[in-house]
Design a protein around this ligand. Structure first.
Ligand code: HEM
Length: 200
């Protein structure tokens, strides 16, 4: 049996699920507000209850998002021409068997995904907080609504792609967010740069 190596710590696994569940709840309740899905209000008691839940789950989401920064941001910001090569070849998803540059603990696509989620996450949290505490300025609240909705679109587009790529499309990936470990050979193929750094 292939040697297993650790890709995510217990903290990262637990935090990912807090992030994922809170984010999905926020997206679903966000849809309910946007499209007036009265049935969802009924499930949660009333519109006010759902609104309060949305605000407080938003706090959980932002804390959980900030807890990912030390682990993912340095590697996501470590961009080079190799990332452009990886992206220009579509990460091997469009044309199979292309030669791709070796990847770090996350690949170039995951780096962009992380930066998009972090950027949109910060924007959606700040604008959401402004709407929540609703200061006197009507213009500020209107701009916040616009930014809140624009960053919402990023989540609605990025998360289904992420969930698909992290599960069905790449067998063996989902276990990272369950067990935290991957087979050494699996990691060597997908994250060669990281595996070499670990000394294997
Ligand atoms: C709902 C189904 C989801 C599944 C199956 C899933 C699965 C995964 C897996 C397996 C990883 C580790 C990838 C790796 O280390 O190579 C990961 C990472 C990550 N997930 Fe999710 N996730 C889901 C939802 C979400 C949601 C809703 C968010 C919301 C923000 C999210 C944010 C992240 C982030 C920021 C990372 C780190 C960057 C990356 O590795 O791509 N995930 N996810």
């Amino acid at each position: 049996m292939s040697k297993m190596i650790r890709k995510a710590s217990t903290f990262e696994i637990v935090n990912h699920w807090i992030l994922a569940v809170s984010c999905i709840f926020l997206v679903v309740s966000g849809f309910a507000f946007l499209f007036h899905l009265e049935q969802l209000n009924t499930v949660f008691g009333s519109f006010i209850t759902l609104k309060n839940l949305h605000n407080w789950v938003g706090v959980v989401f932002v804390v959980s998002l900030l807890a990912t920064v030390s682990h993912y941001l340095p590697v996501a910001l470590n961009l080079s021409s190799e990332d452009l090569v990886w992206l220009s070849k579509g990460g091997g998803y469009i044309v199979k068997n292309v030669k791709l540059p070796e990847q770090d603990i996350i690949n170039s696509g995951q780096k962009l995904y992380y930066l998009a989620i972090l950027g949109a996450g910060v924007l959606i949290s700040i604008s959401g907080f402004i709407i929540w505490i609703a200061p006197g300025s009507r213009t500020l609240v209107l701009i916040s609504h616009l930014l809140h909705n624009l960053s919402f679109i990023v989540f609605v587009m990025a998360i289904p792609i992420h969930a698909y790529l992290a599960s069905i499309a790449n067998p063996g990936t989902f276990r990272i967010m369950v067990q935290g470990t991957v087979p050494l050979e699996w990691a060597r193929k997908r994250h060669g740069k990281w595996v070499k750094r670990l000394g294997y």
